[in-house]
Design a protein around this ligand. Structure first.
Ligand SMILES: NC(=O)C1=CN([C@@H]2O[C@H](COP(=O)(O)OP(=O)(O)OC[C@H]3O[C@@H](n4cnc5c(N)ncnc54)[C@H](OP(=O)(O)O)[C@@H]3O)[C@@H](O)[C@H]2O)C=CC1
Ligand SMILES: O=C(O)[C@@H]1CCC=N1
Length: 266
């Protein structure tokens, strides 16, 4: 079993750790979590994870190192672990806007680096994770794919699309969550209690996503089945479009992608 060290165990780092254990393929005892405020990892330690505030020591014991700190925190952390990084370790960076070349500039040209862009649904094994590398071998990429396939779906992409993947998949989960909240707020206005409205909106969103996943149909084809002529669905849908629904979504994704590309030097 590979030993994994997650450097920076905040929202995404700990979500990954939880998802890996939930998958049944990894044990908490094989995963070490680091952060500076180690007291905040007490609950994780109680769950059986290794915990540490000593990045270099934790990295030196790992087969796979996941960098999950903020882009602005990365340079300092890489300088700290650089002396102990070995060529037989895989460095997986989930840090937005930082290229494999940026990582190797600090860790050394021979380090083996793969970028991964998961989302927080990784905690329940439902991430959409994109993976890219500039020169890791197919065998290494397959190992990283296997790691993330334990916690969701994986697509291997070209590295120049990683900031786009960040916007569409990693930020994207927040966009869909906000859409669900908006639907539930509409539900309250038309008569449901908040709890019921949210439950109805969530299940309806899940049904929409599963329809597409299971039938592989295009969303517009499924929408056509809902919009009865002169009916209430097309009336609501067109009203949303008059107020810029699709346009707002597209513009948000484009801005997130632009922002994601510039985070390292922010
Ligand atoms: N959140 C998300 O959905 C996603 C985030 N990402 C990327 O993942 C990275 C982390 O994001 P996110 O989890 O949201 O951020 P968080 O702020 O939640 O987590 C960052 C963690 O890093 C720790 N940290 C900071 N400095 C150090 C250090 N020197 N040594 C060890 N640990 C340190 C912090 O803890 P402490 O302060 O105690 O040290 C904190 O727990 C970012 O680069 C982001 O772009 C990628 C995909 C999805
Ligand atoms: O908001 C952010 O910058 C990070 C990257 C993708 C998701 N969260």
């Amino acid at each position: 079993m590979s030993k994994i060290t997650i450097v920076g165990s905040g929202n995404i780092g700990f979500s990954l750790a939880k998802g890996l254990v939930k998958s049944g393929q990894y044990k908490a005892a094989d995963i070490t979590l680091t952060r500076r405020n180690i007291a905040a990892l007490k609950q994780e330690a109680d769950l059986g994870f290794g915990t540490s505030d000593q990045n270099a020591e934790a990295v030196s014991q790992a087969d796979i190192v996941v960098l999950a700190i903020l882009p602005q925190q990365l340079r300092k952390v890489m300088e700290e672990i650089q002396p102990v990084v070995r060529t037989n370790q895989i460095i997986v960076s989930v840090v937005s806007g930082v290229s494999c070349a940026d990582v190797k500039t600090v860790l050394g040209g021979h380090s083996v680096v793969v970028r991964a862009m998961p989302n927080t649904a990784i905690a329940i094994g439902q991430s959409m994770t994109c993976i890219a590398t500039d020169n890791a071998t197919d065998e290494v990429v397959a190992q990283v794919e296997a790691l993330f396939e334990a916690v969701g779906a994986v697509v291997v992409i070209q590295e120049d699309l990683m900031t786009s993947a960040t916007a569409l998949c990693a930020c994207g989960i927040a966009f869909f969550l906000r859409a669900i909240r908006a639907a539930s707020q509409g539900g309250v206005e038309i008569g449901f209690h908040a709890h019921d409205a949210l439950k109805m909106a969530v299940q309806t969103a899940k049904g929409a996503a599963d329809l597409l996943l299971q039938t592989q149909n295009h969303p517009e084809g499924e929408i056509d089945k809902v919009t009865s002529p002169k009916g209430c669905t097309i009336a609501g849908l067109n009203e949303m479009e008059h107020h810029g629904f699709s346009s707002a979504f597209i513009k948000g994704i484009k801005l997130s992608a632009k922002k994601a590309g510039g985070l390292y030097n922010d």
